[in-house]
Design a protein around this ligand. Structure first.
Ligand code: EPZ
Length: 435
């Protein structure tokens, strides 16, 4: 577990209260940035978080020839795809960030060939890409690989009518395959597609570019190929995962918080679980500027005595795997026994043993954690195993008596853009200690 470059020092900070804004969703920004490979000309993205994963994607795209200007303060990313002239992704770039596999579909679309590497796995799982590769092959793409790279080429004419049935609604596979299909003549159907809010925002951008995309029930995306896609301007949706971490910071410390730009329609089940835990939730008190029919805003007033609830992670609109670790931190202090079942990733309960170092009482059997609520947690030195575990451990540190050192700060930086500053504005005593 990487514990390089410092740690997050968290001191008990009860009753966190106030208002916080949200940045754009990392998991929407990454595929949207990759989709810009499909265009020439200047595009602009607003509300782009300045996190390490975004920085990696910028470096990857610049290596392919894109011209990118990212205003880190205003969170505005300007992109010009006119000079993209490479269809090969460097190995060292692929190793740094899994999501780099998302450039395979657009490169294949633009150049009729692409070379990528198997993305590095991580601690939460092997992170295979078989659904991506099987999907490309079922569309008529030729996939080969050697010990280092994966090669994709289009030999000859693709079939006019194409259908992919995904074994699992994989977010990345859905996005990669759509980015290939949008410029291929004919019709492509993707059945059992992922439809997370981030995927829908990504599809919105492609439609703005001129892609012909429609939906069918159940969970089917239909793409009719077009000849060309145009550059685009888009504001990334607010990050439901940043919103979740902020709401839980108020919940776990007995405070109250208002998130004016949060999209309650992106987090129905998560908000339902917070209500079941006893927290007061008010939603929808603002209008989204770009669409008056969409209400934004979530307020939480924490209960002083949280109830235990059961959680089972599933593809959207089920409970998001990326909020499993953060809500588990709060359940450690709930009255009663909560069962948290992780069904999306095969190894995403490693934060359990770190929470136990803080006094949590949790037992794990296969992919289920049984959390016996305790009265208090105690500060400890803990290590984050992934982005969302780092949020869980910071949240636990806010409630715990004493001080907590959260190592694995690189995970925190990968997934969040100065979230610590937002927590400090709510009253949190947090300090980033760089070694
Ligand atoms: C995306 O990852 C997100 N990342 C993840 O967020 C998120 O947890 C995940 O979707 C699920 O919602 C980005 O969008 C950049 P999947 P992705 O393909 O696309 C297995 C975070 O913390 N699988 O839906 O990789 C896979 O191993 C990150 O922000 C295959 O077996 O997720 C996993 O068990 C973590 N073969 C399950 O499917 C494949 O070809 C879901 O993966 C692809 C996936």
């Amino acid at each position: 577990m990487s514990t390089n470059n410092g740690y997050i020092l968290v001191e008990q900070s009860l009753n966190l209260s106030g208002t916080a804004s949200l940045l754009g969703a990392k998991n929407a920004a990454l595929p949207i940035m990759a989709s810009l490979i499909l265009t020439s000309g200047k595009s602009v993205l607003y509300n782009v978080p300045n996190s390490a994963d975004i920085k990696e994607m910028i470096e990857l795209l610049e290596d392919l020839g894109a011209k990118i200007d990212f205003d880190k303060e205003k969170n505005i990313l300007e992109f010009d795809g006119s000079f993209i002239n490479k269809a090969e992704v460097k190995h060292e770039v692929m190793d740094k960030m899994r999501a780099s596999i998302l450039v395979m579909g657009p490169l294949l679309s633009r150049f009729k060939k692409a070379r990528a590497a198997f993305p590095g796995g991580c601690l939460i799982g092997a992170r295979p890409i078989d659904f991506h590769l099987k999907g490309f092959e079922s569309l008529g793409v030729k996939i080969t690989n050697d010990s280092e790279f994966i090669y994709a080429t289009i030999d000859g004419q693709l079939k006019e009518e194409r259908k992919i049935v995904l074994e699992y609604p994989s977010v990345g596979a859905t996005e990669n395959l759509v980015m290939f299909a949008v410029l291929q003549a004919g019709v492509t159907k993707i059945i059992n597609a992922a439809l997370e809010p981030e995927v829908l925002d990504f599809l919105e951008v492609l439609k703005k570019m001129g892609a012909n995309i429609s939906f069918e029930i159940p969970a089917t995306i239909i793409i009719t190929g077009v000849k060309k896609l145009n550059s685009v301007s888009h504001t990334i949706i607010p990050d439901r995962l940043e919103a979740g971490a902020l709401l839980l910071a108020a919940a776990i410390t007995g405070g109250n918080i208002e998130l004016p730009d949060a999209r309650p329609d992106h987090m129905d089940l998560f908000l339902e679980k917070l209500k079941q835990m006893g927290h007061e939730i008010n939603i929808g008190f603002n209008n989204l500027s770009s669409n008056k029919n969409i209400k934004t805003g979530v307020k939480l007033i924490a209960t002083k005595s949280q109830r235990a609830v059961n959680i089972k992670t599933c593809p959207y609109p089920g409970f998001p795997t990326d909020l499993q670790a953060p809500i588990m931190a709060a359940l450690c202090l709930a009255n009663g026994v909560s069962v948290v079942e992780e069904t999306v990733f095969e190894n995403r309960l490693m934060h359990v043993k770190e929470l136990e170092k803080m006094g949590a009482q949790i037992s794990v059997k296969n992919n289920k954690a049984t959390v016996n609520g305790v009265d208090h947690l105690y500060g400890a030195s803990v290590i984050a195993s992934d982005i969302r575990a780092s949020a869980a451990l910071v949240l636990a540190g806010l409630a715990a008596k004493g001080k907590t050192q959260v190592f694995g700060i690189n995970h925190w930086r990968r997934g969040y853009d100065k979230l610590e500053d937002k927590l400090i504005n709510l009253g949190a005593k947090i300090e980033i200690i760089n070694n």
